[in-house]
Design a protein around this ligand. Sequence first.
Ligand code: NI
Length: 179
Amino acid sequence: MSILKIARMGHPILQGMAEAVADPTAPEIRRLIADMVETMIDASGAGLAAPQVHVPLRVLMFLVPGGRGQGEAVPLTVLINPEIEPLDDSVQTAYEGCLSLPGLTGAVPRFGKLRYRGLGRDGKVIERVAEGFHARVVQHEYDHLDGILYPMRMPDLGSFGFVEEIRRTRDEAEFDEGE
Ligand code: NI
């Protein structure tokens, strides 16, 4: 296993449409996933998508530690060729961060409840309903597969800034909800 280099905003790999994985259980996909898990954990990230490690394929992963503001914990989940479907019109706005924008954060509106479906690393279907932070992280990682970074979802760039500054000037509860 190896720790992979993470692309930062501005690199064109983050702006393209990723391609579907043809064979989810192929050895090179297993290796990619193992390296992405190691990379995400090393970077203390809550999620990672393959284009962020310079691989334009529809693979994402995330975990929800749970606790304050995040609702229920969700174990490390890998989704290959995922699909998402909003389940109602509810929208929640909260601060997000991204390993491709180190040190930065911004308030992003996301669907509050959705269903997602994809193949796990064993090639079996995973289908779940997600709400709150769980739904947010799935939408954030899914966007990476379509070349979308969270600032592109922000209606108000006035909330975009460095984590250190925002953390000390915004209401703590507001900040913690989405990080
Ligand atoms: Ni990201």
